[in-house]
Design a protein around this ligand. Sequence first.
Ligand code: CAA
Length: 257
Amino acid sequence: MAYDNILVEKRGKVGLITLNRPNALNALNSVLIGEVNEALAGFEADDKIGSVVLTGSEKAFAAGADIKEMSSLTYMDAYKGDFITSWDNVSRFRKPIIAAVAGYALGGGCELAMMCDFILAGENARFGQPEITLGVMPGAGGTQRLTRFVGKSKAMEMCLTGRMMDAQEAERSGLVSRVLPVDELVDEALKVAEKIADFSLPITMMTKESVNRAYETTLAEGVRFERRLFHAMFASEDQKEGMAAFVEKRAPQFRNK
Ligand code: CAA
């Protein structure tokens, strides 16, 4: 399948999606989002894919929603077309997905990265929600997800002033899991994704589902949900294999069952 705004590759068990609109710093227009969703649907359906990396260029992961496409929208266009809701597909992707962010991750770019399971950042990464400077506010989950990642004070300051965070501050604040040299970022993200893809796929999917549940529920309900999935794992062949391999002092051969 050929795409105009993204590059899609398979690296062994890892799917790699690279946002590729260099002339617009990977600004997210409706065509690009449609392509990302199509690529993700392909990876979701592909039994050989165990995880995905989503990245951009060294200068920009994505500089936000496409302002030129968005500027003439009316309220009725936005409401009837349910503007931006289709972006949420990324947060509903069921296999593990890592954002590898170098350069600008602004507005919808920051929001897209936060929809992934975790963010690895290049040393030059800059995160921000500058929508306030355009006369709007974040519309792809930024006011909610950024607040959960970095807490109210920083999220409020960023959303109300448009101030950007650099990679070090983003790591200190819990927005990104690690900061890496820019030229090693994608390779390291692929290595991490490969490690995840080598585990049992249903187990990594359930693990992701359980961690994500922490954002949607109370502690008691979340722990109950975790317990149910944990118990269910004992019905999988991979639990038997993983534990037998430990006892027999050999590497496990997960069968994704
Ligand atoms: N939409 C459309 N085009 C964009 C864009 C965007 N979000 N960001 C950058 N571009 C385009 C520029 O218009 C420019 O195109 P031309 O050469 O045709 O003029 C090209 O990309 C390069 O950009 P700059 O010349 O501005 O590059 P720079 O290095 O001087 O500045 C920048 C980089 C600071 C990121 C600057 O481009 C910028 O501020 N971009 C807009 C960031 C922004 O406001 N993002 C939020 C968008 S709103 C949103 O995302 C809503 C939501 O919640 C979903």
